[in-house]
Design a protein around this ligand. Structure first.
Ligand SMILES: [Zn+2]
Ligand SMILES: [Zn+2]
Length: 140
């Protein structure tokens, strides 16, 4: 079991000894407290249809933190069908992953294009390399 390393808390930036979490013990407690507030609010039947913004307003917990709870699966979108969080790229409400379907598709296309370019560059590079090497061999 590693002893951990010094790291900056991803929430308050304080230096702490990181073991399993990326937040310091103080923030960890605060996050747990915030989770309790969210869970308590969502336990009420009349709040089951709440959106992330309503939940954030009612509990004072940031949309960013609630997003984390949803991504971690701690807050269930199955039980709270109107809960979602904004797509990292365009802000459309989503319930899993980082991007909405549209953004995920165009991102995939961008990555594929980039891979194509990389492949072509690599091939050009390799063919030059071959020419260079064969010349060198002739010289020797
Ligand atoms: Zn912290
Ligand atoms: Zn999007």
């Amino acid at each position: 079991m590693p002893l951990g390393k010094l790291a900056n808390c991803s929430r308050c930036d304080a230096l702490f000894v990181q073991t399993v979490r990326d937040v310091c013990p103080k923030c960890y407690q605060e996050i747990e407290h915030e989770y309790e507030k969210c869970a308590k609010f969502l336990r009420k039947r009349e709040n089951r249809g709440a959106t992330i913004y309503q939940l954030s307003d009612a509990t004072g917990v940031s949309v960013k933190q609630i997003t984390r709870f949803i991504r971690e699966g701690r807050i269930s979108v199955l039980e709270n069908p109107n809960l979602g969080y904004p797509c990292d790229n365009c802000g459309t409400m989503i319930q899993s992953g980082n991007y909405c379907n549209t953004c995920a598709k165009s991102l995939k296309r961008l990555i594929e294009q980039q891979l194509e370019v990389d492949k072509r560059l690599e091939e050009e590079h390799r063919s030059k390399d071959v020419v260079y090497r064969s010349r060198k061999e002739q010289d020797e």
